[in-house]
Design a protein around this ligand. Structure first.
Ligand code: HEM
Length: 133
């Protein structure tokens, strides 16, 4: 179900996205990862992320991209970095949204983070050669 709340439109989502990426860029761990990928103008990334979140929250089909390959390329990212990312996201959502709306943003972010994380880090354990010798 799309979120239907008078406050939540593309402009609202755009402001939330900008606030979130200001914090990500200032973060000691995540800032350099983003800086290494997005050199110069941040506006195209911010517009893309506003489209992405509009699609997720308003179900308006604004974004059609493939987040998994975009993240598989990022070799510096560690699994724990997702906790930092989600920490900032929860904070921004709590500060800017009415509680029921924050809950939806955070739920979607957690689900997508889980699937990106699996795509990037899940490996079946392989028995070590000679492990029981
Ligand atoms: C540690 C966590 C994360 C890091 C370091 C990270 C980093 C990045 C970077 C550097 C890009 C730009 C890639 C490029 O333009 O070449 C990107 C794109 C993107 N990220 Fe993340 N990300 C993280 C988590 C997430 C999560 C949890 C979501 C969604 C809830 C997300 C959604 C996206 C989307 C939609 C794009 C655009 C993909 C496209 O090009 O269409 N990211 N991310």
């Amino acid at each position: 179900m799309p979120v239907s709340h008078p406050l939540v439109d593309r402009a609202f989502i755009g402001a939330l996205v900008r606030d979130f990426y200001d914090r990500v860029r200032a973060d000691a761990r995540l800032g350099p990862i983003f800086a290494s990928q997005i050199r110069g103008d941040w506006e195209p990334h911010l517009e893309k992320m506003t489209d992405f979140w509009s699609s997720v929250i308003l179900k308006n089909g604004a974004y059609s991209g493939r987040p998994v390959p975009a993240h598989l390329r990022l070799k510096q990212v560690r699994e724990e970095d997702f906790d930092i990312w989600l920490g900032h996201f929860r904070q921004v959502a709590a500060e800017r949204c009415p509680p029921q709306v924050a809950e939806v943003f955070v739920d979607r972010a957690e689900r997508i983070a889980r699937s990106l994380r699996l795509a990037m880090f899940f490996r079946l354990e392989r028995p070590q050669a000679g492990a029981d010798e």
